[in-house]
Design a protein around this ligand. Structure first.
Ligand SMILES: Cc1cc2nc3c(=O)[nH]c(=O)nc-3n(C[C@H](O)[C@H](O)[C@H](O)COP(=O)(O)OP(=O)(O)OC[C@H]3O[C@@H](n4cnc5c(N)ncnc54)[C@H](O)[C@@H]3O)c2cc1C
Length: 356
């Protein structure tokens, strides 16, 4: 099928891009008479993007804050409601209201150049056929690309290992010895919960950095975005989110610290069948290792385009890939937040409309 623009992914970023393409006169593929066309392909089986997969105990009161989708304020939501229910419901209402041409479940498996040049079309191969597009706006998030570091002996450990993406709630850990690895917000939230019912050992590579005060969007927020933007403009690979933002003394963090649960240890050196070998050479018996080690941008399907440089990064100006102007990355780098995703969707739609 031929289309002018394919948006890949229908999370916050993809929905924003679709909304702004429609606002700029793009029409759903297969309709219209001469207007530029677009389609949104989403691998999910329903609305919500990564929010469909958040753990059950991540409530609306404990998320960092979810920015409204364009021109569609969130309705009042019970702060105790799990975000994985409330946000997908809100996204579903937005999709119905905006009548965006979303096709799901459709997974994009590869994007290739039709000819070996940088002017022609792109071929978008999917689980439901092949599309030919003049530009793509990639909004595939990070959920399907969890970071799982390999430590010596990782395959010899006889206990349970899981990534924080597979965490449901603390009940499964009751009475156990649990190693939580990672220094980000997910690690802290899940550690705080598990430490109520289990003995937790917290491992991070570096000493966690807690901010002294609040995270003020106009101060710390701007500084964070400036740092991440500098990295993507220079084409440097991105570091973990927490290395840019630091951690906040949220109520759950203060509570966990008060219970002595934030006694951080340096990273262990190896896993052994019954536990881990500590940095000082001693042994700690563990039943479970929870790898709360974050995510990276999920861009495997773009590999055939060879966008990465020798550093392993992708140089991006605004939302446009510097060496491949037909490709925009949104929800990526400085726009990997709900507010950033909204703005990047608008920016990418504007750029694509201008270029086409
Ligand atoms: C635990 C956790 C909590 C967070 N809390 C907050 C918060 O409170 N506030 C905030 O601003 N940010 C938060 N974030 C960051 C948050 O994920 C982003 O802000 C935002 O939700 C990401 O939106 P997105 O559209 O970029 O990606 P996603 O929501 O991940 O959407 C990507 C979509 O692309 C689809 N997709 C992926 N690969 C393909 C493919 N190959 N083909 C087709 N479709 C594909 C997926 O199915 C999905 O629907 C949090 C992140 C995590 C991990």
């Amino acid at each position: 099928m031929k289309v002018d623009v394919v948006v890949i992914g229908a999370g916050q970023a993809g929905l924003s891009a679709g909304f702004h393409l429609a606002r700029r006169g793009f029409v759903p593929v297969g309709t219209g008479t001469g207007e530029p066309t677009f389609a949104i392909l989403d691998a999910g089986s329903g609305p919500g993007g990564a929010w469909r997969h958040r753990w059950e105990s991540l409530r609306m009161s404990t998320v960092n804050g979810i920015f409204d989708l364009p021109d569609f304020p969130k309705p009042p939501i019970d702060p105790c409601e799990p975000s994985r229910d409330a946000v997908p419901r809100y996204f579903a209402d937005f999709e119905a209201h905006s009548e965006l041409p979303i096709r799901r479940p459709v997974t994009v498996t590869a994007v290739r150049r039709v000819d070996d040049d940088h002017d022609g079309d792109l071929r978008v191969e999917t689980s439901a056929g092949t599309w030919t597009a003049r530009a793509i706006i990639n909004a595939t998030g990070t959920f399907n690309n969890p970071v799982l570091p390999e430590y010596p002996g990782h395959d010899r450990f006889l206990g349970r290992q899981l990534h924080s993406r597979d965490y449901v709630d603390a009940d499964a850990f009751t009475g156990q010895q649990v190693g939580v690895v990672g220094g980000g917000i997910s690690a802290l939230q899940q550690l705080a919960e598990i430490s109520r019912v289990a003995t937790v050992h917290w491992y991070t590579r570096r000493e966690p950095v807690f901010l002294d005060g609040d995270f003020r969007p106009e101060v710390e927020g701007r500084e964070t975005i400036a740092k991440v933007t500098a990295d993507v403009v220079a084409g440097r690979p991105l570091s973990s989110v927490v290395s840019y933002t630091g951690l906040l003394w949220t109520p759950y963090a203060i509570d966990a610290a008060g219970r002595g649960a934030l006694d951080r240890r340096p990273m262990f050196t190896a896993l052994e069948p019954g536990g881990v070998r500590e940095a000082d050479g001693s042994f700690t018996a563990l039943d479970t290792v929870l790898w709360a080690t974050g995510y990276r941008a999920d861009l495997k399907h773009l590999d055939p385009l060879g966008l990465r440089n020798e550093l392993g990064g992708i140089a991006v100006d605004g939302t446009r890939v510097r060496d491949e102007p037909r490709v925009h990355l949104i929800g990526f780098g400085p726009s990997a937040s709900t507010v950033g995703a909204n703005r990047a969707g608008r920016g990418a739609a504007r750029e694509v409309a201008r270029r086409l």
